[in-house]
Design a protein around this ligand. Structure first.
Ligand code: COA
Length: 157
């Protein structure tokens, strides 16, 4: 039994409107693994929680993409004066102790350094460090997102 397995069960029960059970499962994760993963959090596939999520806190409305790796003592949460909370796209790595806060989007493939405090949108593939976090480089192969393809114009007959 892992915290992610428990969370998935809680999330399904939450979506199905099952009373009490989601909060119980949430409490089990808090007590056993010291991870705060509210039942409403949307977690993608193959997410990894370092050390079973020790000390990590994720906001109830946060969205976490596929294959995201989250280190220990990470906070993904709100910022005073803002309702929206972070959206973490796929293949992001969040280092130990990092804080990702507010109405921001962390682009696919980004790497957030240990103890960084991320307050603004993060470009795809960016490596972010510091407080507040800044881009130190863009990793190879992660340029800007491709423009959505538009259908060709209709041909005159
Ligand atoms: C952010 C990180 C991925 C950068 O790795 P990298 O791409 O190899 O980058 P570098 O080590 O070349 O560092 C680039 C610059 O950022 C700085 N830097 C790296 N990590 C930093 C961090 N966490 N906080 C502040 N500055 C950092 C370096 O000092 C360097 O600055 P300089 O160019 O002025 O010398 C890595 O340092 C990191 O923090 N990984 C997370 C590790 C972790 O959480 N492990 C958990 C184990 S349980």
């Amino acid at each position: 039994m892992t915290p992610l397995w428990i969370h998935r069960l809680a999330h399904r029960a939450h979506r199905a409107g099952v009373p009490v059970l989601p909060r119980l499962l949430y409490a089990v994760n808090r007590l056993v693994y010291s991870v705060a993963l509210p039942p409403s959090v949307q977690l993608g596939r193959d997410v990894v929680l370092g050390y079973s999520g020790l000390g990590t806190v994720i906001h109830a409305r946060a969205v976490i993409g596929d294959r995201v790796t989250i280190g220990t003592c990470v906070t993904v949460g709100g910022r005073s004066g803002h309702h929206a909370v972070p959206v973490i796209e796929s293949d992001v790595e969040i280092g130990s102790g990092a804080k990702v806060l507010g109405p921001i989007r962390v682009g696919a493939g980004a790497v957030i350094g240990a103890n960084a405090v991320v307050l603004h949108n993060v470009p795809r593939g960016a490596v972010m460090v510091g407080v507040p976090a800044r881009v130190v480089r863009i990793q190879d192969g992660w340029g800007p997102a491709p423009a959505p393809s538009t259908p060709p114009p209709p041909r005159d007959e």
